[in-house]
Design a protein around this ligand. Sequence first.
Ligand SMILES: [Zn+2]
Length: 317
Amino acid sequence: MKIIYSSKHKLHNPAYEVYDMQQAPYAEVPERIEIIAKKFRQENAGEFIAPKSFPISHVEKVHHKNYIEFLKNKSKSLKPTDNFFASYFTTDTYAPMTKDTFVAAKESADIALTGAELLENGEKLIYALCRPPGHHSGAYNMGGYCYINNAAVAAEYLSAKGKVAILDIDYHHGNGTQQMFYDRDDILYVSLHADPREKYPYITGFKEETGIADGVGFNINYPLPVDASEILYKKTLQQAIKNIKKFNPNFLVISAGFDTYIKDPIAAFKLTIPFYKEIGLQIASLQLPTLVIQEGGYFVSDLGDIAWSLVKGLSFC
Ligand SMILES: [Zn+2]
């Protein structure tokens, strides 16, 4: 396995989010990535690689140019202590901008792209330690701790070489990713997540959302009870794996969120650390070149063990 990592994510460290009109601690903290990187180093999980810098045109294939310009210029204009909430280009109050948000978000996208390029060149398993995460960021919006959609940027890059399946196992529906590929038949999006009637992002993630135009049938949502058990999760994942097998892609991108963990402070699924190995084994059964993109997960002290458990399953491929 190769691991793509950069310390630049630490530059993005917002002071707070706004929840129910109140300032609340920002859950998407730099330690999230550091603890996974530390665990991977301890376990000799693989070779650490720094990201290459890719032209912004790769990002602008899935994001609106005006949005990216805004993200870049507004970030740069902020003072080091600013915690700025955009109004026009955001879907919620969970993605404030700081002075270096663009620098960190672009580096995160470069981490994903570096992984995608390695996959294209024949690597079988890449772990992209992306932060900030991406799957709630749509063509022209930030939201839910996300600014640039790393998984989508990587999938778009890989789609030039073959069909791509994205399997999203974060607790929340990847509304941004769904939106970007909703009319495409060359990129399959499959997501297991908490029922959006009760959980963020609330407005998307329903099973009736199956795609439009050429994309009909290439968007598959599995909303689950907000406190889903491992048994139900496993059964649903098996179904998702079947969907991917049928699609017969050349590449697999995993939006790997660990807020499905039983102790996660903002979620309520019941998945335990050993169960992530089971998830990895099921994914490995597809025998596809696989790019893991880090998304959410907020019980920080256990994130390294969760990621390592997932990798132990994936490594069987
Ligand atoms: Zn999440």
